[in-house]
Design a protein around this ligand. Structure first.
Ligand SMILES: Cc1cc2nc3c(=O)[nH]c(=O)nc-3n(C[C@H](O)[C@H](O)[C@H](O)COP(=O)(O)OP(=O)(O)OC[C@H]3O[C@@H](n4cnc5c(N)ncnc54)[C@H](O)[C@@H]3O)c2cc1C
Length: 406
């Protein structure tokens, strides 16, 4: 199927992985992306699993060139700030935009169409025409929905699948290392930290500086604080000062200051003194409502869903970027190696559907205690989540746990 055309909706990591893999397999590819500029100024942190490095190797991204801070393990802290468990595991943590940029720089610029909002497609005699709201049309043999958890492509091919709110949010922020106290830098900064509080959990870790620097003093610290929020509170958080509600996520600069102040006040009251700096000294505060997207199909005729358009596993599992890349590679390989598009789509779905379902299920279990308003995951022994296990099984591909019998 060399020389066929793909149109990819969504130009974030999933779309760029797919675009790069397909171009290298002889396909002509156009990527359509809402954002007018590239996304490099956005994003916070991710874990760089070995499997992610292998995907980047395939695109000739030199190891070490796209950033990353090495940590040697995970540490569980209780609500007083005392260390209650540690687990040795070499890992690299990096800024999201370092991975994004490696992918963006490799994709042919003239085929990356910023400010192009997908509006629909129609298919006749095996060709599909994809439309954007600015009146352009793109011909495709295959359409790839890499347009994230609210996917417009998915709304057409699988309209019954909707994101389900999990009853809690992740407050997020990034601090400059230089703005953190000496105590924080000495006791917390270098840990991949899990802080267990009453009914909530904070994950924090170091990432590269905004310019990609890994030098002490120039790095940053990112946190995610999982915290319950009722439907009514979420709606209020997502409503700006003019009364406009952003259903799935409010731009940080439009969040009403009283919500930021509440998060800070909660941090002051609920976190040990040194930890609350992660929240208090962050450059900005963002909110990510936690959703699940589960699915029974990810291929529909000549349309495939990848990344968050296909499945959304809550961030506890830490595989969003990796899963998008693995979906993209499986799809590109299937399209390169099969004799027909239907055969390739069927192979793609059978390879990646189980992985997506496993990730969603594992992530649901990790967040269940917050969703159910339990004080601690240990309140329900059937969850099997004492802190020493949480730090082993969070932030890792489910396959690691299966291999290690965890
Ligand atoms: C700017 C940004 C920053 C992020 N930062 C982090 C982070 O720090 N840590 C982390 O773990 N995850 C982060 N994520 C999420 C992470 O990228 C995803 O969870 C995961 O990698 C799956 O990627 P994806 O490409 O499938 O979906 P996404 O990354 O969500 O990308 C979907 C893309 O589709 C575009 N899109 C949506 N609708 C349309 C449309 N109608 N027409 C055209 N384009 C459309 C969106 O603008 C977006 O760029 C970030 C995502 C974005 C977009």
């Amino acid at each position: 199927m060399h020389g066929k055309r793909a149109v990819i909706v969504g130009g974030s990591v999933g779309g760029l992985f797919a675009g790069n893999f397909l171009v290298r397999r002889g396909w002509e590819v156009d990527i359509l992306e809402v954002a007018p500029e590239n996304l490099a100024s956005r994003g916070q942190g991710i874990a760089r699993h070995a499997e992610l490095e292998e995907l980047l190797d395939q695109l000739d991204v030199p190891r070490g060139m796209s950033g990353g801070i090495d940590v040697t393990g995970r540490t569980a802290f209780d609500r007083t700030g005392a260390i209650i468990s540690t687990f040795e595991l070499d890992q690299q943590l990096c800024a999201w935009n370092q991975v994004y940029l490696s992918l963006f720089e490799r994709f042919p610029r003239q085929h990356y169409h910023g400010a192009h909002v997908f509006s629909g497609f129609e298919t006749s005699s095996e060709k599909t025409t994809v439309h954007t709201t600015n009146g352009r049309s793109f011909e495709a043999d295959v359409v790839i929905g890499a347009d994230g958890f609210r996917s417009g492509v998915r709304q057409i091919v699988a309209p019954d699948i909707q994101p389900e709110y999990a009853g809690y949010v992740a407050w997020r922020g990034v601090s400059q290392e230089a703005n953190l106290s000496e105590t924080f830098r000495r006791n917390i900064f270098s840990h991949y930290a899990f802080l267990f509080m009453s009914g909530s959990q904070l994950i924090g870790y170091p990432i590269d500086g905004a310019d990609g620097s890994q030098d002490p003093g120039e790095r940053r610290y990112t946190y995610l604080w999982y915290h319950p929020a009722s439907d009514a509170l979420l709606a209020d958080i997502l409503t700006d000062a003019s009364g406009k509600t952003y259903e799935y996520g409010i731009p940080p600069h439009l969040m009403r200051p009283e919500h930021v102040e509440t998060v800070r006040e909660n941090a002051r009251q609920q976190m040990p003194e040194n930890f609350h700096e992660a929240v208090m000294r962050a450059d900005s505060t963002t909110v990510q409502p936690i959703y699940d997207v589960d699915n029974d199909h990810i291929a529909f005729g000549n349309v495939a869903l990848i990344g968050d358009a296909a499945f959304v596993a809550r961030p506890h599992v830490g595989v969003g970027v990796l899963k998008a890349g693995q979906d993209a590679l499986a799809l590109a390989d299937a399209l390169a190696e099969c004799d027909s598009i239907p055969e390739a789509m069927s192979r793609y779905e059978s390879e990646r559907l189980p992985a997506g379902k496993r990730a969603v299920e594992h992530a649901r279990n990790l967040g269940a205690f917050i969703q159910r308003r339990l004080d601690s995951p240990m309140d329900d022994p059937s969850l099997n989540l004492p802190p020493e296990r949480v730090i082993r099984v969070s932030g890792r591909p489910v396959e690691h746990m299966i291999e290690q019998g965890l």
